[in-house]
Write a protein that binds this ligand. Sequence first.
Ligand SMILES: N[C@@H](CCC(=O)N[C@@H](CS)C(=O)NCC(=O)O)C(=O)O
Length: 202
Amino acid sequence: MKLLGSVTSPFVRKVRVVLLEKRIDFEFITDCMTGAEPLIEQYNPLGKIPALVLDDGVCLFDSQVITEYLDAISPVAHLIPEPTRERSLVKRWEALADGVLDAGVAIVLELRRPENERSPGWIARQRGKMERGLAAMSKELGQRQWCTAEAMNLSDIATGCALLWLDFRFPDLDWRGQYPNLDALAKKLAQRKSFKETPPDA
Ligand SMILES: N[C@@H](CCC(=O)N[C@@H](CS)C(=O)NCC(=O)O)C(=O)O
């Protein structure tokens, strides 16, 4: 299978970490967003990464669909519980982490516009989502070692990818100082081989 993405995208990183944790082989195609007719548009009409092209040509998107698929095709390192309340709680964490990222990506894109076209109100609205999202993550994690279970699963991977992307794009946001429990979780995840192999600044 082929993964269309970039090293900087946190959604792509989440998928790469899942692939590595589950030891699934894949080809990583990064030159897919540029040019007059970007390759990504052949596979994902929305033009967004990640997109996972299966061996039969079917393309899966978005990242939440891909992570669910990958967990289903291999029993190695089961990352999402069976359909129960626990499963919904893991998916909810993934939605929360991805939502913080959606708000962060919206700010990054807004800041790339010419200064006189930027909307401070829009940026503040997105910033509020990020800040409330981080507060919710910290409250939910509490003093536990992992987000939802006794061992790492997709909820932790999604949260780790979101937090570590904030370090990369929002170095002034002091989430580590504000939320020591998230800091401890991120530090633990950053030690894993799958995270070490997928830095956003490689
Ligand atoms: N909900 C999507 C979000 C993906 C996303 O926003 N990807 C960004 C890169 S971080 C992208 O491809 N942006 C290009 C665009 O929107 O045209 C997912 O989880 O896959």
